[in-house]
Design a protein around this ligand. Structure first.
Ligand SMILES: Cc1cc2nc3c(=O)[nH]c(=O)nc-3n(C[C@H](O)[C@H](O)[C@H](O)COP(=O)(O)OP(=O)(O)OC[C@H]3O[C@@H](n4cnc5c(N)ncnc54)[C@H](O)[C@@H]3O)c2cc1C
Length: 504
């Protein structure tokens, strides 16, 4: 269970401290870093390239690695501007963190807690090890606006349904002051932090800490170039703390937030914030995002603007809902919340799965979305729901295949939100509506009325009339190499319902 640390009796100390960045790749409004900087002016940052979180076959994507690598480079610069360093190490944190602490003779280490089962377990092992070595560990809750231990039902149980969760979440926020003023105590211009000196740095370089210093170092190079995500300009999420702040400001000041309610479901428009990767890797703080939304509300004059801002806030709450779900039910990571889904007779046809992954199913809205993912590393939320429903309820493929493929493709791949989104779409999760089936043609007609999204991502169909693009009724001679549909939606839906009715 994540819990923020009780208030410490801090004394400004001469002793050396380390701040370990994990999903908080920023300097500003970083609660753990703020607390560390209050107590020690001899402060060194570190980040560990943890192989468990960088596995391209399981836990990350080329796009996410690019986002991570670029964000680390900016973070390193920010630390240097403040007189200290961010030491980027490569390997198992359970070994490296303790080695680093001992090598540079640090007395304390600070970090912000994470919520994924692997990270919770890893951190426990590290904490135990450090405690035995008499190193003080201070941990904080930073990545959620409301502390999960404060969101419980009247029976002190975790929420399983979003609606009541949301009401409690808002209620908790309204009773507190969400400050994003946790500013690192050392500015660029005034007093600087004392960090590692050159002698110590060469000690670190010559140690077995796998220290990576710049773009040229092997590990950062691997992240950015070896497995290179090529179409960075197509990706709407921009890495680094400064870009994330710019993206938030753009969304708020250019009015995106005010028209969100009307525009958020139209995938051809750039109408959402694109902050998902920033929130997931912490290049922006959730409190800064929340407070910007509140500020917009204060200056909004029209009802539709307020509705839009509230709709966006509800999305922030979805993020927190899924993180709470994973904290309270870590078994979600492994499989369906509704156990009867374990008995569903998946057909799992590999060639259908491949067509889905590559955007060659012959159903235009599905293929447009899957190609958006392939080339840009991101997919619009409406389309995530459409392709997920299609994989499960039309292709009869286990939703966990889709979940994994998303993790291996998305720039914002995030266990809690991804698992939550897939379980919602598959109807295997906590959502009380089990039989939600999306008709891809109806979805296209409703949300891509002019066919602009489909045309953008399937250029070989750009000559097809909008009506035919949306209905998928495209003559063979007009297909230009674009495939015939691999399935018939109506037939597959009947099969799905039949199979579903039989599982116990
Ligand atoms: C099958 C499926 C898989 C998904 N996988 C991920 C994932 O791996 N990582 C991820 O961050 N989101 C995931 N989502 C949620 C959502 O699609 C993205 O967060 C959203 O599209 C990101 O775009 P944005 O930043 O412009 O969002 P906005 O619309 O601007 O929303 C603001 C923020 O709220 C959060 N948010 C919005 N919608 C959701 C949602 N439905 N669930 C949880 N958080 C939400 C995100 O942090 C987002 O950045 C998934 C949804 C589905 C249906």
């Amino acid at each position: 269970m994540v819990q923020s640390m009780p208030n410490h009796e801090y004394k400004m100390t001469k002793f050396r401290s380390i701040f370990w960045h994990r999903r908080d790749l920023r300097i500003e409004d970083n609660i753990g870093l703020f607390e560390a900087s209050k107590s020690s002016k001899n402060l060194i940052g570190t980040y560990v390239l943890d192989p468990n979180l960088l596995d391209l076959n399981r836990t990350t994507s080329e796009a996410k690695n690019w986002f991570l690598g670029e964000s680390l480079i900016e973070l390193q610069k920010n630390w240097e501007e403040r007189g200290s360093r961010l030491l980027i190490l490569n390997g198992d944190p359970i070994i490296l963190i303790s080695k680093l602490v001992n090598l540079i003779k640090a007395e304390c280490i600070y970090w912000n807690e994470n919520i994924e089962p692997y990270e919770i377990n890893r951190d426990k092992l590290i904490t135990d090890k450090l405690s035995k070595e008499k190193i003080k560990v201070y941990t904080f809750l930073d990545q959620l606006i409301v502390n999960p231990s404060n969101i419980k039902t009247n029976n002190n149980e975790p929420y399983k349904v979003y609606g009541p969760f949301y009401r409690k979440w808002i209620d908790r926020i309204n009773k507190t002051n969400v400050s994003n003023n946790n500013l690192i105590q050392i500015s660029r211009t005034s007093e600087k932090i004392r960090g590692i000196d050159d002698k110590e740095l060469s000690l670190i370089k010559n140690s077995d800490l796998n220290y990576c210093i710049t773009r040229k170092s092997k590990s950062i190079y691997d992240l950015l170039y070896l497995n290179r995500f090529k179409d960075t300009n197509l990706c709407p999420c921009k890495p680094g703390e400064s870009e994330s702040i710019k993206q938030l400001n753009f969304f708020i000041t250019k009015g995106g937030i005010n028209s969100y309610y009307q525009a958020r479901d139209i995938p051809s428009l750039e109408s959402t914030s694109n902050l998902s990767a920033a929130l997931s890797l912490g290049t922006i703080s959730c409190r800064a995002v929340w407070n910007s939304a509140q500020l917009s509300k204060v200056i909004a004059t029209e009802k539709y603007q307020i509705n839009s801002i509230d709709a966006w806030i509800k999305e922030l709450a979805w993020r927190e809902f899924y993180q709470n779900a994973l904290i309270n039910f870590p078994e979600l990571e492994k499989g369906p919340y509704r156990e009867k889904w374990l008995n569903f007779p998946w057909q799992n046809k590999p060639n259908w799965f491949e067509d889905w992954c590559n955007g060659f199913t012959g159903i235009p809205i599905i293929d447009a979305a899957m190609r958006q993912l392939k080339y840009s590393g991101w997919m619009h939320n409406r389309c995530r729901m459409i392709v997920a429903s299609f994989l499960v309820k039309d292709l009869l493929i286990d939703w966990r295949w889709g979940e994994l493929f998303f993790m291996k493709s998305l720039v914002d791949g995030d266990l809690a939100s991804n698992n939550g989104g897939w379980q919602w779409s598959a109807s295997s999760g906590m959502d009380p509506k089990p039989m939600r089936i999306f008709n891809p043609f109806r979805q296209a007609s409703k949300f891509d009325q002019d066919g602009n999204y489909i045309r953008k991502w399937i250029p070989e169909l750009s000559h097809i009339s909008t009506a035919n693009l949306l209905s998928g009724e495209i003559l063979s001679v007009e297909r230009n190499g674009y495939p015939e549909p691999i399935i018939n939606h109506k037939n597959q839906t009947l099969i799905f319902k039949e199979l579903y009715s039989k599982i116990k």
